[in-house]
Design a binder for this molecule. Structure first.
Ligand code: SAM
Ligand code: SF4
Length: 325
């Protein structure tokens, strides 16, 4: 079992397989970065897998593949199959913008993928285009339908932004409810790469919108999930991911691995250690040592919740498209 320096059990590893993306979401990667990480610095699937095996052997039971846009990485199904074949019981999930999903959903399912989180910020083509800076909606909706058709579990992520898609919260709920899938609203997290003028909605503002015409009952946090759950009209469950809330970090069970091999204990802070040298040398002991150090030094909590701190200035330079969100 993996326990961090604050006594929390860590059993969840998020793996970013690429920082590249085919969208330019205003809150994440509004412009193409000045330079991408050179291809030779990216860890191969075999190298990433060596660390993943160490993590699974030591107590990781849940793995999420993310990015950038993970479906841009060629042969992703091979990587998923490697993990699944090593431990078929691992809870193996993927976060994607779904643009490339219609072509690969079946392959991913066959390789052992269980669940997908799909980002859907609007049901209006022009608003989706404004956020992603590309005409994406039709293809994303096809991706969602394909995932459901092949039997993958689907959850939707929406980031409500003031003056952009804040009027669509109930529409997104109606869409998800009709398809019998859960939506989680994610509070916009300030960061140095996003468009400066963006204003996110606070959790309480999101809930106030949902309450217009509906009843909601608080269900509470589901285990160590970052999502706080609510029951709408006593019949439909949705979630709210609110990193600005005080109890958000208490049950944090996750660490993050980037495509270059940086092991990150907390999204908010810069601290990270590289596993690249260890995995390139096939040195399992060294990889395990790096993991132990990162866990020992995992911060107690982020500082998004501290309103006296200007998070956009203090938060790590690393972009969400590098760390995988
Ligand atoms: N490209 C994939 C996607 O968009 O689903 C996976 C990577 S993306 C970085 C992972 C998640 O982070 C997405 O659900 C996205 O909405 C969320 N995200 C990115 N930037 C964010 C921000 N500034 N605030 C809140 N959520 C953000
Ligand atoms: Fe790409 Fe996902 Fe970031 Fe949007 S949120 S730019 S789809 S990585």
């Amino acid at each position: 079992m993996l326990i961090d320096g604050h006594g929390r059990t860590v059993n969840y590893l998020r793996v970013s397989v690429t920082e590249r993306c085919n969208f330019r979401c205003q809150y994440c990667m509004p412009e193409k970065p000045f330079s991408w990480v050179p291809k030779e610095n990216l860890l191969s699937f075999e190298e990433l897998f060596l660390f993943i095996k160490v993590a699974m052997d030591e107590g990781v039971t849940k793995i999420r593949i993310t990015g950038g846009e993970p479906l841009l990485r060629e042969d992703l199904d091979t990587f998923i199959r490697m993990i699944h074949d090593y431990n078929p019981d691992v809870d193996l999930a993927l976060t994607t913008n779904a643009y490339l999903l219609p072509k690969v959903a079946q392959k991913l399912k066959d390789a052992g993928l269980k669940r997908l989180n799909i980002s859907l910020d609007s049901l209006k083509p022009e608003v989706a285009q404004k956020i992603a800076q590309k005409d994406v909606l039709e293809q994303v909706l096809k991706g969602i339908d394909k995932a459901l058709e092949v039997g993958l579990g689907v959850k939707i992520n929406m980031v409500p932004l003031k003056g952009i898609n804040d009027g669509e919260i109930l529409d997104i709920i109606a869409y998800c409810r009709e398809k019998n899938i859960k939506v989680r609203f994610i509070e916009y997290m300030e960061n140095r790469h996003a468009v400066e003028s963006l204003k996110g909605m606070h959790g309480r503002e999101i809930l106030a919108k949902v309450k217009e015409g509906h009843t909601i009952r608080t269900l509470g946090r589901e285990g160590a999930s970052p999502s706080f759950n609510y029951l709408l009209d006593e019949s439909y469950e949705f979630g709210l991911i609110d990193p600005h809330k005080h109890d958000f970090c208490e049950s944090c069970n996750r660490i993050r691995l980037t495509a270059e091999g940086m092991l990150i204990p907390c999204l908010y802070f810069d601290e990270a250690l590289s596993i690249a040298k260890a995995v390139k040398a096939g040195n399992i002991e060294e990889a395990s040592q790096v993991l132990a150090t990162v866990l020992k030094d995992k911060p107690k909590e982020n500082r998004w919740m501290d309103e006296s701190v200007d998070s956009s200035q203090e938060i790590s330079e690393r972009a969400f498209y590098e760390t995988g969100g």
